[in-house]
Design a protein around this ligand. Structure first.
Ligand code: ADP
Ligand code: MG
Length: 224
């Protein structure tokens, strides 16, 4: 059997602010299997972003175990974590974080070039993803020339470009109106399923959560 894409064991994270310590994650256990799409629910401030940052190996300061695709991330130095992140993970944020001086297509091509994929293949992949997201007529547009929904679609394509084992999405449609959010979310889920990636999607939207394979909730620093 293949490795779980993520295994969290007793994950903890505390912040100190003005001499006061807040324990945001108090022992999070979670296993995500290949291809599984998991909703991470919790009200604002419950620690969803903190947890995604931990799984995304973006920050240190965590306690407990994080394994990505069977590799223990706590054993790795910073460049090892960067390599693991690049080879296994894709990210989508609430605000698109696209590069403003590059076109939609270039924004999807760049992470592939970083992963040593040849330019022509990267272009083909970008066009194919953007076309699947209905953006074949927007390839040369820059982010500022796109609507909010179109920007998030480009962000989806960028996150999936390298066929990550796991996509981490932090309120990916939280900035969109309800109708657009639903459409972009459905397109996202269908692409993720189509390529067999897993996903962990933070949201406070119960309706979107119900469309995923499984729902976990952050409550007082643990998953219930
Ligand atoms: P969510 O994404 O569920 O809204 P967050 O993970 O952003 O929640 O935040 C959880 C808690 O951790 C909040 O109380 C927040 O103020 C605190 N927090 C997050 N990041 C930091 C930080 N860098 N320094 C201090 N406190 C933080
Ligand atoms: Mg958040």
């Amino acid at each position: 059997m293949s490795n779980p894409v993520v295994r969290l064991a007793g994950l903890t994270r505390s912040f100190e602010q003005g001499g006061v310590r807040i324990d945001v994650l108090r022992g999070v256990d979670l296993t995500i299997h290949p291809g599984e799409i998991v909703a991470l629910l919790g009200p604002s401030g419950s620690g969803k972003s903190t947890m995604l940052q931990a799984v995304g190996l973006l920050e240190g300061g965590f306690g407990g175990g994080i394994a990505i695709d069977g590799i223990d991330a706590s054993e790795l130095a910073s460049d090892g974590r960067t390599e693991l992140r690049r080879s296994k993970l894709g990210f989508i944020y609430q605000f698109h974080h696209l590069l403003p001086d590059f076109s939609a297509q270039e924004n999807v091509v760049l992470p592939q070039l970083v992963a040593d994929i040849a330019r022509r293949e990267a272009d083909d992949r970008a066009v194919s993803l953007l076309t699947a997201l209905g953006l074949d007529h927007r390839l040369t547009h820059r982010p500022s020339q796109l609507s909010g929904g179109e920007q998030q679609r480009v962000a989806v394509a960028r996150a999936l470009a390298n066929r990550p084992r796991l996509v981490l999405a932090d309120e990916p449609t939280g900035n969109l109106d309800e109708v657009t959010a639903d459409k972009v979310f459905d397109e996202f889920v269908s692409l993720v399923r189509g390529q067999g990636s897993a996903a962990l999607v933070a949201t406070h939207n119960e309706r979107l959560a119900a469309r995923m394979d499984r729902v976990v909730r952050l409550h007082e620093g643990r998953l219930i």
